[in-house]
Design a protein around this ligand. Structure first.
Ligand SMILES: Cc1cc2nc3c(=O)[nH]c(=O)nc-3n(C[C@H](O)[C@H](O)[C@H](O)COP(=O)(O)O)c2cc1C
Length: 338
C-alpha cells in the first residue's frame, strides 16, 4: 500500500487519468509478475467466506465492472485477493466511447467522474482473449458484465460469454451511454430477462441504477428490482455511478464514483434489504474503500461488495487491507450477516 501511495500514485496522478490507466494496464499485462507476487496479496480467513449470486466465494470483496473492459487482465487481477473479479462491460460491437476528455479526478474527494461511454473491443475480440485464458487456473470466481441497446445484442453477448465465466452481470445503468437506459422501462427489462432466461444455465446479476438521483423516483427503481425477482435473477448490484455535470468533460456530464457515494450506497442496500429480505442477493457497490465500510455494507444486507475507484486511489493492496480489517471486525464485533 505504502509503495503505491507514496511513490506510484503521485507519479501516475501527474498524468491525465486515461494515460495513467493505460500505464497501469502495462503492469497488469505482466501476468507472470502477479503470479509470483500474488501470495503476498492474499488474506485468508474461512469466516470471510460469502456468496455472489449464490456462488461460493472465499471473501466478499469483488472487482466492479469497468476496470478491465476487454477482459485482458483477468488472470492478473485474480491474483490480487478478490473473492470475484468482473470483466467488461462488453458490448456486441466495438465502440470508440465518448470524445475525450472523459475521465476526471476529484483528488480531494477520492472520487472520479467518468463519461467513457463503453469504449471497448466488442464481443468477438473479447472471446478470442478469454478463450486463450481458458488454461489459466481460476483463482477467484469470474463474472462478465454485458450491455447494449437492444435485446438480441445483449442476448448474444450473454450466450457467447456464459461458457467462459461463472455468472453474467447485465448492466442496465450506465449513465454515459445513449439508449442503454431503455432497460429501465419495466416492460423492456422484463422482455430482456425473459429472453436471457430461455437459454441461461448460470446465475445472472443485474446492475441497478442509483436511487433518487436518477429520474427522482426510488419507487420506480425498486420496481425494477421486483421484476428481477419475478424473473428469477439471482443478484442485484446496487448500484452504478451517479450522474453529474462537469465542464471538464467533452460531453459535459458523466458518472461520479468513489467516496462521495458511500452513504447513498448503504441507504440503497438497506432499502433493498427491507423490500426483498433474503429473496435476492445484493452486492453493495459505490464508495467502499476500507473494511469498516465493507462491514457496514454487509450489516446493511449486502452479501458481497464491489470496488473500483478505491483500487485506483489506494492501489492493489486495498483488497487485502479490506479483508484484514473485515477479519478484525468479525472477531471483535461478530459476523454482521448473522
Ligand atoms: C472509469 C470507470 C469505468 C466504469 N465502467 C463501468 C462499466 O463498464 N460497466 C459498469 O457496469 N460500471 C462501470 N463503472 C462503474 C463501477 O463499476 C461502479 O459501479 C462505480 O464506480 C461505483 O463504485 P466505486 O465507487 O467503488 O468506483 C465504471 C466506473 C469507473 C470509475
Amino acid at each position: 500500500m505504502q509503495l503505491y501511495k507514496n511513490l506510484m500514485r503521485p507519479l501516475l496522478f501527474t498524468l491525465e487519468p486515461e494515460t495513467a490507466w493505460h500505464l497501469s494496464d502495462l503492469g497488469l499485462s505482466q501476468t507472470w509478475f502477479w503470479k509470483i507476487m500474488g501470495r503476498g496479496f492474499q488474506h485468508h480467513n474461512e469466516f470471510l467466506g460469502a456468496t455472489v449470486a449464490g456462488i461460493p466465494i472465499k471473501n466478499p470483496v469483488g472487482l466492479a465492472a469497468g476496470y478491465d473492459k476487454n477482459c485482458r487482465f483477468l488472470p492478473s487481477l485474480q491474483e490480487l485477493g478478490f473473492g470475484y473479479v468482473m470483466g467488461g462491460t462488453i458490448t456486441k460491437d466495438p465502440r470508440p466511447g465518448n470524445p475525450k476528455p472523459r475521465v476526471i479526478r476529484l483528488k480531494d474527494q477520492s472520487a472520479l467522474i467518468n463519461a467513457l461511454g463503453f469504449p471497448g473491443d466488442g464481443l468477438e475480440k473479447v472471446l478470442s482473449e478469454i478463450s486463450e485464458m481458458a488454461s489459466v487456473p481460476k483463482k477467484s470466481v469470474r463474472i462478465m458484465s454485458v450491455s447494449g441497446t437492444d435485446i438480441p445484442d445483449i442476448a448474444e453477448c450473454h450466450q457467447q460469454l456464459e461458457p467462459f465465466c461463472d455468472a453474467i452481470e447485465l448492466n442496465i445503468s450506465s449513465p454515459n451511454t445513449k439508449g442503454l437506459r431503455i432497460f429501465q422501462e419495466p416492460a423492456k427489462l422484463r422482455s430482456l430477462l425473459a429472453e436471457i432466461n430461455q437459454s441461461r444455465s448460470k446465475p445472472i446479476l443485474v446492475k441497478m441504477p442509483p436511487f433518487k438521483l436518477e429520474n427522482g423516483d426510488d419507487e420506480k427503481t425498486l420496481n425494477l428490482g421486483r421484476i428481477c425477482l419475478e424473473e428469477k435473477v439471482e443478484s442485484l448490484t446496487v448500484s452504478n455511478t451517479i450522474p453529474i455535470q462537469h465542464d471538464g468533460l467533452a460531453v459535459g456530464q458523466g458518472g461520479l464514483s468513489g467516496s462521495p457515494l458511500f452513504e447513498n450506497t448503504i441507504a440503497m442496500v438497506e432499502t433493498y434489504q427491507a423490500e426483498f429480505g433474503d429473496k435476492i442477493e445484493i452486492n453493495a457497490c459505490g464508495g467502499i474503500s476500507n473494511g469498516y465500510q465493507a462491514y457496514e455494507a454487509l450489516k446493511s444486507g449486502a452479501s458481497s461488495i464491489q470496488i473500483l475507484t478505491s483500487l485506483i486511489y489506494e492501489g492493489p493492496r486495498v483488497v487485502q487491507s479490506i479483508n484484514k480489517e473485515l477479519s478484525e471486525l468479525f472477531t471483535n464485533r461478530g459476523d454482521p450477516r448473522n
